[in-house]
Design a protein around this ligand. Structure first.
Ligand code: DGI
Ligand code: FE
Ligand code: FE
Ligand code: FE
Length: 191
């Protein structure tokens, strides 16, 4: 069977229905963005299908896998282990799905916080995750969806500032320093 079909089938079995629909939405929008900006469409689909594969692992398991794999955890990550589902997802993609492409693995790894100087596929997945059709209404989402097909760096900036103000509103949730570094980078990048 083709790799994409195999992954899609696995995700359907592995994830709750809503998360599977989200996963398909991310793969679909990642493919559209790959067309728009000139990236390998299949790679974008694979990254989209796998990006949340570790989302339902549970905090203990996420931390254990990181420890066993020699990934150093920051205090923010230890306090908010769900932040690790990208890093662990990249490990699963490499080990269980034999993904060797570093762009795909890094797109999975950094999809939650973003990071400074993201490459094209990293930006595609970061954006697709936020704008895919089944995402619940977020203030400013229509504008961000339009912007995604016009200017990627501006869109990354919009998503990061939305996310940070959301985290501040939500009883002062801890903000990962990488998220802040990413926002600073994409603020300066555009000015
Ligand atoms: O896994 P998804 O829900 O599809 O999306 P995601 O991996 O981008 O995770 C989104 C959640 O992560 C959202 O509730 C905001 C949160 N998040 C993003 N950056 C940070 C963060 N949470 C904390 N505590 N700190 C961050 O810097
Ligand atoms: Fe995620
Ligand atoms: Fe996201
Ligand atoms: Fe996601």
């Amino acid at each position: 069977r083709k790799l994409i079909q195999q992954i899609d089938y696995d995700m359907k079995n592995r994830l709750p229905e809503k998360r599977y629909i989200h996963t398909q939405g991310v793969a679909f929008i990642a493919a559209a963005l790959a067309m728009r900006y000139g990236y390998n469409i299949k790679d974008a689909q694979i990254a989209g299908l796998l990006h949340d594969c570790a989302k339902y692992m549970g905090d203990e398991k996420l931390i254990t896998i990181c420890n066993l794999s020699g990934i150093n955890l920051s205090d923010v990550e230890l306090n908010n282990p769900y932040l690790l589902h990208g890093k662990v997802g990249a490990l699963i993609a490499a080990e269980e799905y034999t993904i060797k492409d570093d762009n795909i693995l890094n797109a999975i790894r950094y999809h939650t916080t973003g990071k400074p100087e993201m490459n094209l596929l990293e930006k595609i997945i970061f954006i697709a995750d936020y704008i895919e059709p089944s995402r619940k209404k977020i203030p400013g989402l229509d504008e961000i969806r339009q912007s995604a097909f016009i200017d990627m760096d501006q869109t990354v900036f919009m998503i990061l500032s939305n996310t940070i103000s959301y985290l501040k509103d939500e009883n002062e949730k801890e903000i990962d320093p990488v998220t802040v570094e990413a926002l600073n980078y994409y603020t300066i990048e555009r000015s």
